[in-house]
Design a protein around this ligand. Structure first.
Ligand code: GLA
Length: 381
C-alpha cells in the first residue's frame, strides 16, 4: 500500500512526496464514555491510512483518494466540499487555520488498509494522518493533543458527528504493545502494557453498516446531557456524567425519562468497569477482564441500545465458547465489529463457528480481522 501510494503520487503529480501514516484503533473497554468525560482504553492497530503529500505553490489542493478512485481540487478558502471524505481534509485544514496556522495548498494521495465502516475509526485515522502530515510539512508546531482535538472538531463542525476524542487520540498516541488509559476530562493518560500471552484479540465484522449511526450517536450524547442537566439543578458541581455517582442519579431518577436514566446508568457503570478492568489487567487477570467485556456488551445492548441483532448474535456464541474470555461490540455501534479476547488454541474453531452460524442465520459471512496493537501517527522515511 505504501509503495502504491508513492507511485500514484509520482504518476499524478510528477514528484517525490513525503509519506505519513496514522492507524485505526480498537478499544478494549470504555465505550460511549469519552464524550461524557470518562475513561477509555483504546490502542492503535497495525492498519493505517497513508498520506503522500507535498506543497504545490498553487491556489488549490489536488487530492486523490485511492479507495474512491477519485481526484478532486479544493480551494481551502472556498466553501465546504460536498463529498464527506473531502470534508475530513478540508475540515482539518480549517481547524488548523482557526488556531492561527497558515496552511498553503498541497497535492496529496491517500489510501490505506483500515477497513471502512467497520468501526475501526478509518475517519479518525484520515484526520490524524492529514493533521500530522500538514503539521510536519509546514512546521505548524501543534502538539499531538491539539492534533487530536483538531480531528475531533473536524467531525463536529464539518461532518456533523459530535464524537469524543478517543479515536483521534489513539491514532496519534498509540504505542506498540500498549493500550492507552485515557482520562477524557484532563487528557492525562497512561500507557498500559497489553500482552495477553496465550490469548489474542480478534475482530468479527457484523457486516452491518447502519445508516442511523451518526444521528443515533448524537441522540445518545444529548440524552446524557439531559441527565446531567437534571442532576446539576440540585448539585451544580455535576457538569458531566463523570461527576455523577450512582447515588446522585438514583436520587433524581423520578425527574428524568426512564430512557435518560438508563443511558446515564450505563455510562456511570462503564467508567467503574473500566477502572476495575485496568486493575485486572495490571494483575494479569485476563479472565476477569473478559467478564467485564461481556458486561459492557450487555450494557450497550440493553441500556444504551446501540447494538443490533447481528452483534448480539456473535456475542452470544462467544459467551457459550470455552476459551473466549470476553467479547463485546466495539465503537459507536449499530453495526461494525465485535472484539473478542480468545485463547490462541481455539481461535480458528471460534471464528469458523461464528462464520457458519452467522451465515446460516443472516445469509452473509462476517469477515474476521486479526489485529496487533501498533504505533500511532508517524512519518515513513
Ligand atoms: C465512536 C466515536 C468515539 C466514541 C465511540 C464510542 O467511535 O468516534 O468518540 O464515542 O464511538 O465509545
Amino acid at each position: 500500500m505504501k509503495t502504491k501510494i508513492q507511485e500514484e503520487f509520482k504518476r499524478r503529480f510528477g514528484d517525490e512526496a513525503r509519506l505519513f501514516a496514522s492507524p485505526g484503533r480498537v478499544n478494549l473497554i470504555g465505550e460511549h464514555t469519552d464524550y461524557n468525560l470518562g475513561f477509555v482504553l483504546p490502542g492503535a492497530i497495525d492498519k493505517a491510512i497513508y498520506v503522500a503529500i507535498k506543497p504545490n505553490n498553487d491556489k488549490v489542493c489536488r487530492i486523490y483518494s485511492i479507495d474512491y478512485d477519485t481526484q478532486v481540487e479544493i480551494d481551502l478558502a472556498g466553501p465546504l466540499p460536498k463529498a464527506q471524505w473531502v470534508r475530513y481534509i478540508y475540515g482539518v485544514a480549517h481547524e488548523m487555520m482557526k488556531r492561527g496556522a497558515t496552511v498553503p495548498a498541497f497535492d496529496c494521495v491517500f489510501g490505506g488498509d483500515v477497513p471502512l465502516g467497520a468501526g475501526l475509526s478509518s475517519s479518525a485515522a484520515l484526520e490524524s494522518a492529514v493533521g500530522f502530515a500538514l503539521n510536519e510539512i509546514y512546521g505548524l508546531g501543534f502538539d499531538r493533543k491539539t492534533l487530536a482535538q483538531i480531528g475531533q472538531m473536524t467531525e463536529h463542525n464539518y461532518v456533523g458527528v459530535r464524537c469524543g476524542i478517543m479515536d483521534q487520540f489513539a491514532s496519534l498516541f498509540g504505542q506498540k504493545g500498549h493500550v492507552i488509559r485515557l482520562d477524557c476530562r484532563s487528557l492525562d493518560y497512561a500507557m498500559v502494557p497489553f500482552d495477553p500471552t496465550g490469548y489474542r484479540l480478534v475482530l468479527l465484522d457484523s457486516m452491518v453498516k447502519h445508516s442511523l449511526a451518526s444521528s443515533e450517536y448524537n441522540i445518545r450524547r444529548t440524552q446524557c446531557e439531559t441527565g446531567v442537566a437534571v442532576v446539576s439543578r440540585h448539585i451544580p458541581a455535576v457538569v458531566s456524567l463523570r461527576d455523577m455517582t450512582q447515588d446522585m442519579l438514583d436520587t433524581y431518577k423520578d425527574e428524568m425519562e426512564e430512557v435518560v436514566y438508563r443511558r446515564c446508568n450505563y455510562v456511570i457503570n462503564e467508567n467503574e468497569r473500566l477502572l476495575d478492568g485496568c486493575t485486572a489487567l495490571a494483575q494479569g487477570d485476563y479472565a476477569l477482564f473478559g467478564k467485564k467485556m461481556f458486561a459492557t456488551h450487555d450494557g450497550l445492548s440493553h441500556d444504551y441500545e446501540v447494538s443490533c441483532a447481528e452483534l448480539d448474535f456473535i456475542v452470544d456464541i462467544a459467551r457459550a465458547t470455552d476459551g473466549v474470555l470476553g467479547a463485546r461490540m466495539m465503537g459507536g455501534g449499530f453495526g461494525g465489529c465485535v472484539i473478542s479476547l480468545v485463547r490462541d488454541t481455539i481461535h480458528d474453531s471460534y471464528v469458523n463457528e461464528v462464520q457458519e452460524k452467522f451465515t446460516q442465520k443472516f445469509g452473509k459471512t462476517p469477515r474476521s480481522i486479526d489485529v496487533v496493537i501498533g504505533d500511532g501517527a508517524h512519518e515513513i522515511k
